[in-house]
Design a protein around this ligand. Structure first.
Ligand SMILES: NC(=O)c1ccc[n+]([C@@H]2O[C@H](COP(=O)([O-])OP(=O)(O)OC[C@H]3O[C@@H](n4cnc5c(N)ncnc54)[C@H](OP(=O)(O)O)[C@@H]3O)[C@@H](O)[C@H]2O)c1
Length: 246
């Protein structure tokens, strides 16, 4: 299988690379940190058929699209590159418009920049898997994660539309909504993260869901059920709970 993994230089993407590095798989790693990508390539290239590195910033859309247009066949893209703003406990903190825009460029707009190039390829092949890495945070917006949550909710809506449009062409769309998993992104959080999973364990769950072609995979289940419950509570009660947690 030929697989493009964005955000392969750390966290979930790096572990996805490790877990797909076997047998005849041909891997393409994409991120900005060149040294980390080449170190990963060195570690993994003997375990699979091939490893290619694309050093790119997913928000530099023209350059990104030029680089991706060199790909002539592909079985799966994992749209994993993503950022958060961190959680500030400062009551007066308001994210700047520049921070907001940057996050949306990475978490939302870059996925379309990538798919604008790859969808015609998948359509011509009559096959292909598109994996979105959304988040459980897309289902519930805490005051301190509103920008991140809203970006992942936008991603859910986009993924859903892509699925309806392209399933008739043999293209499978899989949306993954993880809870907390250990990574550089979560290492920045200075609060207690409920049900946090080790990177290897969390990514193994993602790989299994992809193999089963699950349209949507939300985990860990216990965390998902809590969020589901919060979402069916009357608004006034939910607000009370959120304010007490916050
Ligand atoms: N960890 C969690 O608990 C969790 C939960 C739910 C969803 N997620 C999602 O999982 C994905 C991976 O996150 P992670 O936790 O593994 O975080 P991470 O360790 O910080 O990894 C983020 C990856 O995205 C890449 N990236 C960021 N900005 C980029 C840019 N402008 N251009 C190219 N690549 C860029 C980074 O590479 P470079 O810096 O080298 O460019 C890095 O490889 C994200 O979409 C995140 O929202 C994570």
């Amino acid at each position: 299988m030929k697989i493009l993994i964005t955000g392969a230089s750390s966290g979930l993407g790096e572990e996805l690379a490790r877990q797909y590095a076997h047998n005849d798989n041909e891997l393409i790693f994409l991120a900005r940190r060149e040294l980390k990508l080449y170190a990963l390539r060195k570690e993994l290239y003997e375990k699979c058929k091939s490893v290619e590195v694309i050093v790119a910033d997913v928000t530099e859309f023209d350059t990104l699209q030029k680089k991706l247009s060199q790909i002539k066949s592909l079985d799966m893209v994992i749209l994993n590159a993503g950022v958060s703003l961190g959680h500030s406990s400062d009551e007066d903190y308001i994210p700047t418009i520049a921070e907001f825009e940057k996050l949306y460029r990475v978490n939302v707009l870059s996925t379309h920049a990538i798919l604008e190039v790859l969808l015609p390829l998948f359509k011509a092949q009559k096959s292909g898997k598109i994996v979105f890495i959304s988040s459980l945070a897309s289902l519930f917006s805490m005051p301190s994660s509103k920008v991140y949550s809203s970006s992942k909710r936008a991603l859910n809506a986009y993924a859903e539309g892509i699925r309806y449009k392209y399933n008739k062409y043999g293209i499978k769309v899989i949306n993954i909504l993880p809870g907390f998993i250990k990574s550089e992104l979560t290492d920045k959080n200075d609060f207690n993260m409920p049900f946090i999973l080790d990177t290897e364990v969390g990514v193994a769950k993602i790989v299994k869901a992809i193999a089963k072609n699950k349209r949507q995979y939300i985990f860990p289940l216990r965390f998902y059920l809590i969020i589901k419950l919060l979402n069916i509570l009357p608004n006034f009660l939910r607000e009370k709970i959120v304010n007490s947690i916050n």
